[in-house]
Design a protein around this ligand. Structure first.
Ligand code: AMP
Ligand code: ZN
Length: 466
Protein backbone atom coordinates (compact mmCIF):
# COMPACT_ATOMS: atom_id res chain seq x y z
CA UNK A 1 0.00 0.00 0.00
CA UNK A 2 1.14 3.52 -0.77
CA UNK A 3 0.30 6.23 1.70
CA UNK A 4 1.14 9.91 1.93
CA UNK A 5 3.33 10.50 4.96
CA UNK A 6 3.22 14.05 6.33
CA UNK A 7 6.57 13.41 8.01
CA UNK A 8 8.46 12.78 4.75
CA UNK A 9 6.08 14.93 2.69
CA UNK A 10 5.72 12.21 0.07
CA UNK A 11 3.85 9.04 -0.77
CA UNK A 12 5.63 6.02 0.63
CA UNK A 13 5.30 2.27 0.45
CA UNK A 14 3.73 1.23 3.75
CA UNK A 15 5.92 -1.19 5.71
CA UNK A 16 4.70 -2.04 9.20
CA UNK A 17 7.17 -2.64 12.00
CA UNK A 18 5.78 -6.07 12.84
CA UNK A 19 4.98 -7.91 9.60
CA UNK A 20 1.24 -8.07 9.17
CA UNK A 21 0.31 -6.42 12.48
CA UNK A 22 -0.35 -2.71 12.32
CA UNK A 23 -0.50 -0.36 15.29
CA UNK A 24 -2.65 2.64 14.56
CA UNK A 25 -3.55 5.62 16.73
CA UNK A 26 -6.18 8.19 15.87
CA UNK A 27 -6.94 11.40 17.74
CA UNK A 28 -10.47 11.27 19.04
CA UNK A 29 -13.12 13.93 19.58
CA UNK A 30 -13.24 16.63 22.22
CA UNK A 31 -16.63 15.81 23.68
CA UNK A 32 -17.88 19.30 24.54
CA UNK A 33 -20.39 19.40 21.69
CA UNK A 34 -21.72 17.34 18.79
CA UNK A 35 -19.22 16.45 16.08
CA UNK A 36 -19.83 18.39 12.88
CA UNK A 37 -19.76 16.58 9.58
CA UNK A 38 -16.28 18.04 8.95
CA UNK A 39 -14.90 16.23 11.99
CA UNK A 40 -16.65 13.13 10.73
CA UNK A 41 -14.96 13.40 7.33
CA UNK A 42 -11.68 12.80 9.15
CA UNK A 43 -13.13 9.79 11.01
CA UNK A 44 -14.46 8.38 7.72
CA UNK A 45 -10.95 8.64 6.24
CA UNK A 46 -9.48 6.84 9.26
CA UNK A 47 -12.16 4.17 9.03
CA UNK A 48 -11.36 3.63 5.35
CA UNK A 49 -7.67 3.40 6.19
CA UNK A 50 -8.26 0.73 8.83
CA UNK A 51 -10.58 -1.25 6.55
CA UNK A 52 -8.18 -0.92 3.62
CA UNK A 53 -5.41 -2.39 5.75
CA UNK A 54 -7.74 -5.27 6.63
CA UNK A 55 -8.60 -5.74 2.96
CA UNK A 56 -4.91 -5.96 2.15
CA UNK A 57 -4.41 -8.68 4.76
CA UNK A 58 -3.15 -6.72 7.78
CA UNK A 59 -4.40 -7.04 11.32
CA UNK A 60 -4.96 -3.60 12.82
CA UNK A 61 -4.72 -2.77 16.49
CA UNK A 62 -6.35 0.63 16.76
CA UNK A 63 -6.55 3.03 19.68
CA UNK A 64 -8.44 6.30 19.99
CA UNK A 65 -8.73 8.79 22.84
CA UNK A 66 -11.73 10.75 23.99
CA UNK A 67 -10.69 14.24 25.07
CA UNK A 68 -12.58 15.19 28.21
CA UNK A 69 -9.99 17.51 29.78
CA UNK A 70 -7.19 19.90 28.83
CA UNK A 71 -8.11 20.95 25.26
CA UNK A 72 -8.16 24.72 25.29
CA UNK A 73 -10.07 26.81 22.80
CA UNK A 74 -6.87 27.96 21.06
CA UNK A 75 -5.41 24.44 20.49
CA UNK A 76 -2.45 25.96 22.28
CA UNK A 77 -2.01 27.00 25.91
CA UNK A 78 -4.54 29.75 26.11
CA UNK A 79 -8.25 30.24 26.09
CA UNK A 80 -10.75 28.33 28.13
CA UNK A 81 -10.91 24.56 28.54
CA UNK A 82 -13.41 23.48 25.87
CA UNK A 83 -15.05 20.99 28.23
CA UNK A 84 -15.61 23.63 30.90
CA UNK A 85 -17.06 25.97 28.32
CA UNK A 86 -19.46 23.24 27.16
CA UNK A 87 -20.48 22.42 30.71
CA UNK A 88 -21.23 26.07 31.50
CA UNK A 89 -23.21 26.44 28.28
CA UNK A 90 -25.45 23.53 29.23
CA UNK A 91 -25.52 23.98 33.01
CA UNK A 92 -24.18 20.48 33.51
CA UNK A 93 -21.03 18.97 34.96
CA UNK A 94 -18.03 18.25 32.73
CA UNK A 95 -18.47 14.52 33.16
CA UNK A 96 -22.15 14.74 32.27
CA UNK A 97 -21.50 16.49 28.99
CA UNK A 98 -18.54 14.18 28.29
CA UNK A 99 -20.79 11.17 28.61
CA UNK A 100 -23.62 12.72 26.61
CA UNK A 101 -21.44 13.80 23.68
CA UNK A 102 -19.41 10.59 23.68
CA UNK A 103 -22.68 8.73 23.22
CA UNK A 104 -23.75 11.17 20.47
CA UNK A 105 -20.41 10.63 18.74
CA UNK A 106 -20.85 6.84 18.91
CA UNK A 107 -24.30 7.21 17.32
CA UNK A 108 -22.89 9.38 14.53
CA UNK A 109 -20.13 6.83 13.87
CA UNK A 110 -22.65 4.05 13.77
CA UNK A 111 -24.92 5.91 11.32
CA UNK A 112 -21.93 6.53 9.05
CA UNK A 113 -20.72 2.91 9.35
CA UNK A 114 -17.50 4.06 11.01
CA UNK A 115 -16.18 1.10 12.98
CA UNK A 116 -15.60 1.89 16.66
CA UNK A 117 -11.84 1.41 17.36
CA UNK A 118 -10.77 -1.66 19.38
CA UNK A 119 -9.57 0.49 22.26
CA UNK A 120 -11.14 3.81 23.14
CA UNK A 121 -9.93 5.52 26.27
CA UNK A 122 -10.83 8.81 27.95
CA UNK A 123 -8.15 11.34 28.82
CA UNK A 124 -9.32 11.40 32.44
CA UNK A 125 -8.72 7.63 32.80
CA UNK A 126 -4.98 7.78 32.22
CA UNK A 127 -3.66 10.49 34.54
CA UNK A 128 -1.01 8.17 36.06
CA UNK A 129 0.53 7.62 32.65
CA UNK A 130 0.91 11.37 31.98
CA UNK A 131 2.48 11.90 35.40
CA UNK A 132 4.95 9.10 34.72
CA UNK A 133 5.97 10.63 31.37
CA UNK A 134 6.24 14.17 32.76
CA UNK A 135 8.39 12.98 35.68
CA UNK A 136 10.89 11.41 33.30
CA UNK A 137 10.91 14.47 31.02
CA UNK A 138 11.69 16.66 34.03
CA UNK A 139 14.38 14.27 35.20
CA UNK A 140 16.03 14.18 31.77
CA UNK A 141 15.97 17.96 31.37
CA UNK A 142 13.29 18.14 28.64
CA UNK A 143 10.78 19.87 30.87
CA UNK A 144 10.83 22.64 33.45
CA UNK A 145 8.59 24.05 36.12
CA UNK A 146 7.66 27.74 35.94
CA UNK A 147 4.91 29.71 37.60
CA UNK A 148 3.45 26.45 38.91
CA UNK A 149 3.00 24.80 35.49
CA UNK A 150 5.23 22.20 33.86
CA UNK A 151 6.41 23.09 30.34
CA UNK A 152 8.13 21.11 27.63
CA UNK A 153 11.39 22.80 26.56
CA UNK A 154 11.33 22.71 22.76
CA UNK A 155 14.87 24.14 22.50
CA UNK A 156 16.21 20.80 23.79
CA UNK A 157 15.26 19.08 20.54
CA UNK A 158 17.28 19.14 17.36
CA UNK A 159 14.26 19.06 15.11
CA UNK A 160 11.11 20.14 16.90
CA UNK A 161 9.59 21.18 13.55
CA UNK A 162 10.18 17.89 11.71
CA UNK A 163 6.47 17.35 10.98
CA UNK A 164 5.72 20.84 9.72
CA UNK A 165 9.01 22.04 8.27
CA UNK A 166 7.94 25.52 9.30
CA UNK A 167 9.14 27.68 12.13
CA UNK A 168 6.68 28.92 14.69
CA UNK A 169 6.66 32.56 13.48
CA UNK A 170 5.44 31.34 10.09
CA UNK A 171 2.56 29.57 11.76
CA UNK A 172 1.61 32.12 14.35
CA UNK A 173 -1.48 33.28 12.49
CA UNK A 174 -4.51 31.11 13.06
CA UNK A 175 -3.06 29.02 15.81
CA UNK A 176 -2.31 31.69 18.33
CA UNK A 177 -4.52 34.54 17.25
CA UNK A 178 -5.33 36.96 20.02
CA UNK A 179 -3.12 35.08 22.44
CA UNK A 180 -1.09 36.96 24.97
CA UNK A 181 2.37 35.54 25.61
CA UNK A 182 2.89 33.32 28.64
CA UNK A 183 5.87 34.89 30.41
CA UNK A 184 6.68 31.60 32.12
CA UNK A 185 7.79 30.05 28.85
CA UNK A 186 11.48 29.96 28.04
CA UNK A 187 10.81 29.67 24.32
CA UNK A 188 7.79 30.81 22.37
CA UNK A 189 7.06 27.26 21.15
CA UNK A 190 7.20 25.61 24.59
CA UNK A 191 3.95 24.04 25.68
CA UNK A 192 2.26 23.02 28.90
CA UNK A 193 2.42 19.39 30.03
CA UNK A 194 0.70 19.94 33.36
CA UNK A 195 -1.30 22.92 34.59
CA UNK A 196 -1.49 23.82 38.24
CA UNK A 197 -1.89 27.56 37.81
CA UNK A 198 -4.18 29.01 35.25
CA UNK A 199 -6.56 31.83 34.69
CA UNK A 200 -9.54 29.58 35.11
CA UNK A 201 -9.62 28.71 38.75
CA UNK A 202 -13.00 27.04 38.36
CA UNK A 203 -11.48 24.09 36.46
CA UNK A 204 -13.74 21.26 37.54
CA UNK A 205 -11.54 18.20 37.16
CA UNK A 206 -8.23 18.23 39.01
CA UNK A 207 -5.83 15.57 40.21
CA UNK A 208 -2.98 15.30 42.69
CA UNK A 209 0.47 15.33 41.16
CA UNK A 210 4.05 15.75 42.37
CA UNK A 211 3.70 19.43 41.30
CA UNK A 212 0.44 20.18 43.05
CA UNK A 213 -3.21 19.73 42.22
CA UNK A 214 -3.84 20.30 38.55
CA UNK A 215 -4.67 18.75 35.21
CA UNK A 216 -2.86 17.63 32.06
CA UNK A 217 -2.33 19.59 28.86
CA UNK A 218 -4.10 18.32 25.75
CA UNK A 219 -1.05 17.02 23.87
CA UNK A 220 0.27 14.72 26.59
CA UNK A 221 -2.96 12.74 26.65
CA UNK A 222 -2.54 11.35 23.14
CA UNK A 223 1.12 10.43 23.72
CA UNK A 224 0.20 8.80 27.02
CA UNK A 225 -2.78 6.83 25.73
CA UNK A 226 -0.96 5.71 22.57
CA UNK A 227 2.05 4.45 24.54
CA UNK A 228 -0.05 2.81 27.23
CA UNK A 229 -2.08 0.75 24.80
CA UNK A 230 0.24 0.33 21.80
CA UNK A 231 3.72 0.35 23.31
CA UNK A 232 6.86 2.25 22.33
CA UNK A 233 6.50 2.06 18.56
CA UNK A 234 3.50 2.76 16.40
CA UNK A 235 3.05 2.48 12.66
CA UNK A 236 0.37 5.06 11.90
CA UNK A 237 -0.92 8.17 13.63
CA UNK A 238 -3.88 10.04 12.11
CA UNK A 239 -5.88 13.21 12.47
CA UNK A 240 -7.13 16.19 10.52
CA UNK A 241 -4.63 18.66 9.04
CA UNK A 242 -5.27 21.16 11.83
CA UNK A 243 -3.70 18.62 14.19
CA UNK A 244 -0.28 18.82 12.48
CA UNK A 245 0.62 21.91 14.47
CA UNK A 246 0.78 22.27 17.37
CA UNK A 247 -0.86 19.01 18.51
CA UNK A 248 1.06 16.33 16.59
CA UNK A 249 4.27 18.34 16.56
CA UNK A 250 4.09 18.41 20.36
CA UNK A 251 3.14 14.74 20.58
CA UNK A 252 6.29 13.81 18.65
CA UNK A 253 8.44 16.13 20.77
CA UNK A 254 7.38 14.75 24.14
CA UNK A 255 7.07 11.09 23.06
CA UNK A 256 10.48 10.89 21.42
CA UNK A 257 12.14 12.80 24.26
CA UNK A 258 10.56 10.35 26.69
CA UNK A 259 11.33 7.20 24.70
CA UNK A 260 14.74 8.20 23.36
CA UNK A 261 13.90 6.91 19.87
CA UNK A 262 11.63 7.46 16.90
CA UNK A 263 8.02 6.89 17.88
CA UNK A 264 5.73 6.75 14.85
CA UNK A 265 6.60 5.98 11.22
CA UNK A 266 3.62 7.27 9.23
CA UNK A 267 1.61 10.42 9.90
CA UNK A 268 -1.61 10.52 7.91
CA UNK A 269 -3.73 13.67 7.82
CA UNK A 270 -7.12 14.32 6.28
CA UNK A 271 -7.89 17.64 4.63
CA UNK A 272 -10.82 19.64 5.88
CA UNK A 273 -14.42 19.84 4.89
CA UNK A 274 -15.21 23.52 4.49
CA UNK A 275 -18.44 25.33 4.05
CA UNK A 276 -18.90 28.15 1.58
CA UNK A 277 -17.70 30.71 4.09
CA UNK A 278 -14.52 28.76 4.84
CA UNK A 279 -13.53 26.55 7.76
CA UNK A 280 -16.43 24.66 9.28
CA UNK A 281 -17.06 25.46 12.89
CA UNK A 282 -19.43 24.63 15.70
CA UNK A 283 -20.15 28.23 16.54
CA UNK A 284 -20.75 30.05 13.27
CA UNK A 285 -23.33 29.49 10.53
CA UNK A 286 -25.45 26.36 10.37
CA UNK A 287 -24.04 23.71 12.71
CA UNK A 288 -23.90 20.77 10.34
CA UNK A 289 -24.41 17.54 12.21
CA UNK A 290 -25.47 14.08 11.10
CA UNK A 291 -28.79 14.58 12.92
CA UNK A 292 -29.42 17.80 11.02
CA UNK A 293 -28.87 15.99 7.72
CA UNK A 294 -31.29 13.28 8.85
CA UNK A 295 -33.89 15.88 9.82
CA UNK A 296 -33.60 17.27 6.32
CA UNK A 297 -34.33 13.81 4.91
CA UNK A 298 -30.82 12.67 3.98
CA UNK A 299 -29.45 9.22 4.57
CA UNK A 300 -26.13 9.61 6.50
CA UNK A 301 -24.58 7.09 4.12
CA UNK A 302 -25.19 9.52 1.24
CA UNK A 303 -22.76 11.82 3.09
CA UNK A 304 -20.28 8.95 3.43
CA UNK A 305 -20.67 8.34 -0.32
CA UNK A 306 -20.00 12.04 -0.93
CA UNK A 307 -16.78 11.87 1.10
CA UNK A 308 -15.63 8.68 -0.63
CA UNK A 309 -15.98 10.39 -3.98
CA UNK A 310 -13.38 12.93 -2.96
CA UNK A 311 -9.67 12.44 -2.30
CA UNK A 312 -8.95 12.82 1.39
CA UNK A 313 -5.95 15.03 0.55
CA UNK A 314 -8.12 17.67 -1.05
CA UNK A 315 -10.35 20.07 0.78
CA UNK A 316 -13.99 19.44 0.08
CA UNK A 317 -16.54 22.24 0.13
CA UNK A 318 -19.90 21.25 1.46
CA UNK A 319 -23.09 22.33 -0.26
CA UNK A 320 -26.57 20.88 -0.29
CA UNK A 321 -26.40 20.72 -4.10
CA UNK A 322 -23.41 18.35 -3.92
CA UNK A 323 -25.09 16.32 -1.22
CA UNK A 324 -28.29 16.14 -3.29
CA UNK A 325 -26.29 14.82 -6.23
CA UNK A 326 -24.53 12.27 -4.03
CA UNK A 327 -27.85 11.18 -2.54
CA UNK A 328 -29.37 10.53 -5.95
CA UNK A 329 -26.32 8.66 -7.21
CA UNK A 330 -26.10 6.66 -4.03
CA UNK A 331 -29.71 5.59 -4.20
CA UNK A 332 -29.40 4.61 -7.85
CA UNK A 333 -26.29 2.62 -7.06
CA UNK A 334 -28.00 0.90 -4.21
CA UNK A 335 -31.04 0.06 -6.29
CA UNK A 336 -28.68 -1.67 -8.71
CA UNK A 337 -26.67 -3.58 -6.14
CA UNK A 338 -29.76 -4.65 -4.25
CA UNK A 339 -31.26 -6.13 -7.37
CA UNK A 340 -28.28 -8.43 -7.95
CA UNK A 341 -29.19 -12.10 -7.80
CA UNK A 342 -27.18 -15.25 -7.22
CA UNK A 343 -27.37 -16.65 -10.76
CA UNK A 344 -24.45 -18.64 -12.10
CA UNK A 345 -21.22 -19.84 -10.55
CA UNK A 346 -18.63 -17.33 -9.45
CA UNK A 347 -16.19 -16.66 -12.25
CA UNK A 348 -12.94 -16.85 -10.31
CA UNK A 349 -10.64 -15.31 -12.87
CA UNK A 350 -12.88 -12.29 -13.39
CA UNK A 351 -13.42 -11.99 -9.67
CA UNK A 352 -9.65 -11.91 -9.22
CA UNK A 353 -9.24 -9.35 -11.99
CA UNK A 354 -11.60 -6.86 -10.37
CA UNK A 355 -10.44 -7.62 -6.86
CA UNK A 356 -6.89 -6.76 -7.93
CA UNK A 357 -8.07 -3.52 -9.51
CA UNK A 358 -9.92 -2.56 -6.36
CA UNK A 359 -6.86 -3.34 -4.18
CA UNK A 360 -4.69 -1.26 -6.45
CA UNK A 361 -7.09 1.69 -6.16
CA UNK A 362 -7.57 1.73 -2.40
CA UNK A 363 -3.91 0.81 -1.92
CA UNK A 364 -2.91 3.96 -3.84
CA UNK A 365 -3.16 6.39 -0.95
CA UNK A 366 -6.83 5.48 -0.39
CA UNK A 367 -8.11 6.38 -3.83
CA UNK A 368 -11.72 5.78 -2.88
CA UNK A 369 -13.20 7.58 -5.88
CA UNK A 370 -11.27 5.23 -8.17
CA UNK A 371 -12.47 2.30 -6.05
CA UNK A 372 -16.07 3.45 -6.65
CA UNK A 373 -15.39 3.73 -10.38
CA UNK A 374 -14.26 0.08 -10.34
CA UNK A 375 -17.47 -0.84 -8.55
CA UNK A 376 -19.44 0.78 -11.40
CA UNK A 377 -17.27 -1.08 -13.95
CA UNK A 378 -18.24 -4.34 -12.28
CA UNK A 379 -21.93 -3.47 -12.40
CA UNK A 380 -21.72 -2.53 -16.08
CA UNK A 381 -19.66 -5.53 -17.22
CA UNK A 382 -22.01 -7.67 -19.33
CA UNK A 383 -19.62 -10.62 -19.27
CA UNK A 384 -20.04 -11.02 -15.50
CA UNK A 385 -22.92 -13.03 -14.07
CA UNK A 386 -24.96 -11.63 -11.18
CA UNK A 387 -23.45 -13.96 -8.62
CA UNK A 388 -19.90 -12.82 -9.39
CA UNK A 389 -21.02 -9.19 -9.32
CA UNK A 390 -22.72 -9.69 -6.01
CA UNK A 391 -19.66 -11.26 -4.42
CA UNK A 392 -17.46 -8.44 -5.66
CA UNK A 393 -19.88 -5.80 -4.35
CA UNK A 394 -19.96 -7.55 -1.00
CA UNK A 395 -16.17 -7.64 -0.80
CA UNK A 396 -15.72 -4.01 -1.89
CA UNK A 397 -18.32 -2.94 0.64
CA UNK A 398 -16.14 -4.23 3.46
CA UNK A 399 -14.10 -1.06 2.82
CA UNK A 400 -16.68 1.32 1.37
CA UNK A 401 -19.26 0.41 4.04
CA UNK A 402 -22.20 1.79 2.08
CA UNK A 403 -24.60 -1.04 2.97
CA UNK A 404 -24.79 -1.89 -0.70
CA UNK A 405 -26.40 -5.26 -0.09
CA UNK A 406 -28.35 -4.41 3.02
CA UNK A 407 -32.08 -3.75 3.31
CA UNK A 408 -32.95 -5.54 0.16
CA UNK A 409 -36.11 -3.86 -1.08
CA UNK A 410 -37.83 -7.04 -2.13
CA UNK A 411 -37.17 -10.11 -4.18
CA UNK A 412 -38.46 -8.56 -7.35
CA UNK A 413 -37.52 -9.81 -10.76
CA UNK A 414 -35.80 -7.67 -13.31
CA UNK A 415 -38.89 -7.17 -15.46
CA UNK A 416 -40.92 -5.79 -12.56
CA UNK A 417 -38.04 -3.61 -11.49
CA UNK A 418 -37.69 -2.13 -14.98
CA UNK A 419 -41.43 -1.50 -15.07
CA UNK A 420 -41.39 0.36 -11.75
CA UNK A 421 -38.38 2.41 -12.74
CA UNK A 422 -40.01 3.36 -16.04
CA UNK A 423 -43.17 4.43 -14.26
CA UNK A 424 -41.23 6.53 -11.75
CA UNK A 425 -39.34 8.16 -14.58
CA UNK A 426 -42.60 8.95 -16.40
CA UNK A 427 -44.13 10.36 -13.23
CA UNK A 428 -41.12 12.59 -12.65
CA UNK A 429 -41.48 13.88 -16.18
CA UNK A 430 -45.16 14.70 -15.57
CA UNK A 431 -44.27 16.45 -12.33
CA UNK A 432 -41.64 18.49 -14.12
CA UNK A 433 -44.25 19.54 -16.69
CA UNK A 434 -46.62 20.37 -13.86
CA UNK A 435 -49.08 17.70 -15.10
CA UNK A 436 -49.85 16.67 -11.56
CA UNK A 437 -53.05 14.76 -12.39
CA UNK A 438 -51.15 12.41 -14.65
CA UNK A 439 -48.39 12.05 -12.06
CA UNK A 440 -51.01 11.11 -9.45
CA UNK A 441 -52.54 8.58 -11.83
CA UNK A 442 -49.21 6.79 -12.00
CA UNK A 443 -48.89 6.79 -8.22
CA UNK A 444 -52.43 5.29 -8.08
CA UNK A 445 -51.65 2.67 -10.69
CA UNK A 446 -48.55 1.55 -8.81
CA UNK A 447 -50.44 1.56 -5.53
CA UNK A 448 -53.09 -0.71 -7.02
CA UNK A 449 -50.31 -3.15 -7.81
CA UNK A 450 -49.06 -3.00 -4.23
CA UNK A 451 -46.13 -0.72 -5.02
CA UNK A 452 -45.83 2.25 -2.69
CA UNK A 453 -43.66 5.16 -3.72
CA UNK A 454 -42.15 7.86 -1.60
CA UNK A 455 -40.47 11.09 -2.69
CA UNK A 456 -37.31 11.85 -0.78
CA UNK A 457 -34.29 14.03 -1.34
CA UNK A 458 -32.57 10.94 -2.64
CA UNK A 459 -35.14 10.60 -5.38
CA UNK A 460 -38.22 8.44 -5.48
CA UNK A 461 -38.00 5.28 -3.41
CA UNK A 462 -40.39 2.36 -3.67
CA UNK A 463 -41.54 -0.53 -1.58
CA UNK A 464 -43.59 -3.55 -2.55
CA UNK A 465 -46.18 -4.19 0.11
CA UNK A 466 -48.39 -6.84 -1.41
P1 AMP B 1 -11.89 17.94 17.77
O1 AMP B 1 -13.13 17.26 18.28
O2 AMP B 1 -12.01 19.41 17.60
O3 AMP B 1 -10.67 17.56 18.57
O4 AMP B 1 -11.66 17.39 16.27
C1 AMP B 1 -11.82 16.05 15.93
C2 AMP B 1 -11.16 15.73 14.61
O5 AMP B 1 -11.77 16.45 13.54
C3 AMP B 1 -9.67 16.09 14.56
O6 AMP B 1 -8.98 15.01 13.98
C4 AMP B 1 -9.62 17.32 13.69
O7 AMP B 1 -8.39 17.40 13.02
C5 AMP B 1 -10.75 17.06 12.72
N1 AMP B 1 -11.35 18.25 12.11
C6 AMP B 1 -11.64 19.44 12.68
N2 AMP B 1 -12.26 20.27 11.81
C7 AMP B 1 -12.38 19.59 10.64
C8 AMP B 1 -12.93 19.88 9.34
N3 AMP B 1 -13.52 21.05 9.06
N4 AMP B 1 -12.86 18.92 8.38
C9 AMP B 1 -12.28 17.72 8.64
N5 AMP B 1 -11.77 17.37 9.85
C10 AMP B 1 -11.80 18.29 10.83
ZN1 ZN C 1 -4.39 13.70 19.68
Amino acid sequence: MKIYNTLSRKQEEFVPIDGKNVKMYTCGPTVYHYAHIGNLRTYIMEDVLEKTLNYLGYHVDRVMNITDVGHLTSDSDSGEDKMLKGAKREHKSVLEIASMYTKAFMDDCSKLNIKWPDTVSSATDNIDMYIQIIQKLLHDGYAYQAGGNIYFDTSKLEDYYQLTNHKIDEMVVGVREGVEEDSNKRNQADFVLWFTKSKFQDQELKWDSPWGVGYPGWHIECSGIAMKYLGEHIDIHCGGVDNIFPHHTNEIAQSEAYLGHKWCNYWVHGEHLNDKSGKMSKSKGEFLTVSLLEEKGYNPLAYRYMCLNSYYHNTLTFSYEILDGSSREYQKLKNKTLSLGMDGDIDNSKFQYYDDKFREAIGSDLNTSMAITILYEVLKDDTLNEHTKRELVSKFDSVLSLDLLKEKNTDIDEELQNYIEDMIEKRNQYKKNKEFDKADEIREELKNKGIMIKDTREGTLYEIVR
